[in-house]
Design a protein. Structure first.
Length: 451
């Protein structure tokens, strides 16, 4: 968890009671008694016991940055982050010259205050990382409570509870990951955010959970002001997990308390669409198509190896559209998403993209088609190419492209994979598959806690 997300929670005006000896970390050492008391409160309000102890260790900011750099090196193969950066720049998600590794380190290394390590199964607190603002420090002195430290520790200890009872994924972060994994991470962070607030405040009413989630809506704008040079792709995918995740989890908590949240951890959402629009999980479930792009085997066996294959999802499509349109229009462009698959191929310094998207209706597809036709033209600083029979073809320039719509599905090809992209497009349409995602059994949260 980054420090910005932890400190935003402190603005929620928690009602707390006084206690003596309030600092969790003093002189570089963790006060075991204070930590144990917080863990006891967390287990009580979260209604889950700790099955095994969770050691808490401290490290310096320099040590935390070194650990972050090591984890990036472990999670990504040599050169992988550079390749991902090329893919996202070609797609339009990153500005020219921006490298993902630099952006991630800029956002996280300076703000890393603490985290739960699911591999070593211990909690790490970064010394002097969480201090809060002047108002927070005054409130802490009056109440004799380490609010910033308690919120951080309770949040990360909630991850330990998740790990012990449900298991949590470790390894690669959200960058480059499939849409479904980012949705699952939003449940982890939403649960931990609400549980952390409950542990610090002593309780969490069901209506209060909704208000807590609502107070976080200003977080993206605040982080954008604090880190204007960090690309939106990095900022927004990070905060989505806390902001949208807290709102999504609050729906389950409001219906069935922590039993409802436990059910979410067992049956998580399948897409960021469901997290952004909770009614598509809780009211009228919508599960995305699983798209398998065919017709590219000749390139895989030749000199155009695949360097990335992923599902972007509604959230990342919204972030992409927001680079070219205002926030409201970008949300409309991304709405109605029903599945996608992106394949990136590289040959030396050349990059080619094949992106197949599916939409809830033909109207949704037409809206995205028109928007992406404009994005393709604006990426190349040229006027939009005329649309003919739901096709846009630009054969000149360094990066030719082809955009086609067939009903509620859209195919975009960017790059000189072939001199004439007609046959390639026809082959992809013929050989691609669209499989329904097997839905979870209907989850009746009102009955989740019944015995």
């Amino acid at each position: 968890m980054n420090r910005a997300a932890a400190l935003l929670l402190l603005s929620l005006s928690v009602a707390v009671s006084a206690c003596a000896g309030y600092r969790l970390v003093e002189d570089g050492r963790v006060r075991a008694g204070a930590v144990d008391a917080l863990k006891t409160r967390l287990a009580r309000v979260r209604e889950l016991p700790f099955e095994v102890p969770v050691p808490v260790v401290t490290m310096s900011a320099a040590e935390a940055r070194a650990m972050l750099e090591r984890e990036l090196a472990e999670d990504y193969a040599p050169g992988e982050l550079e390749r991902l950066s090329r893919v996202y720049r070609a797609l339009g998600l990153l500005p020219e010259g921006v490298e993902l590794e630099d952006a991630v380190l800029e956002l996280y290394a300076g703000q890393l205050a603490g985290f739960y390590d699911p591999v070593r199964r211990h909690m790490v607190i970064v010394e002097q990382a969480v201090a809060g603002g002047p108002t927070t420090r005054i409130l802490e002195a009056v109440l004799r409570r380490d609010l910033a430290g308690e919120m951080l520790l309770a949040h990360e200890m909630a991850h330990a509870l998740q790990d012990q009872h449900f298991g949590i994924e470790s390894g690669r972060g959200d960058l480059g990951e499939d849409d479904a994994q980012l949705a699952r991470r939003a449940v982890y962070e939403g649960d931990a955010t609400l549980a952390g607030f409950a542990a610090v405040s002593g309780r969490l009413g069901r209506r209060k959970a909704v208000r807590v989630a609502g107070r976080l809506q200003s977080a993206p704008a605040e982080l954008a002001r604090a880190y204007p040079d960090v690309p939106a792709l990095v900022r927004e995918t990070a905060l989505f997990q806390y902001v949208a995740g807290s709102n999504f989890v609050s729906w389950a908590y409001r219906k069935a308390g922590w039993e409802g949240v436990n059910a979410l951890l067992a049956l998580p959402p399948r897409s960021t669409e469901q997290v952004l629009h909770p009614e598509k999980y809780f009211v009228t479930p919508e599960y995305p198509l699983t798209i398998r792009i065919g017709g590219l085997a000749p390139y895989e066996r030749g000199d155009w190896p695949i360097v990335e294959e992923t599902t972007l999802g509604e959230l990342v499509i919204r972030i992409l559209a927001e680079r070219f349109f205002d926030r409201d229009e970008a949300a409309r462009v991304a709405a109605g998403w029903d599945g996608d698959r992106l394949i990136a191929l590289a040959r030396a310094e050349e990059m080619a993209l094949v992106w197949l998207t599916a939409w809830d209706s033909e109207d949704d597809a037409r809206e995205f088609f028109a928007a992406y036709a404009e994005i393709l033209a604006r990426k190349r600083d040229r006027p939009p190419v005329a649309v003919e029979d739901d096709r846009v073809v630009a054969s000149d320039g360094a990066v030719p492209y082809r955009l086609e719509r067939q009903g509620s599905k859209i195919l975009a090809i960017e790059g000189a994979l072939e001199a004439d992209l007609d046959e390639l497009a026809a082959r992809i349409w013929r050989r691609s598959r669209y499989d329904a995602t097997l839905p979870w059994m209907p989850l009746d949260l009102a009955r989740t806690g019944a015995h």
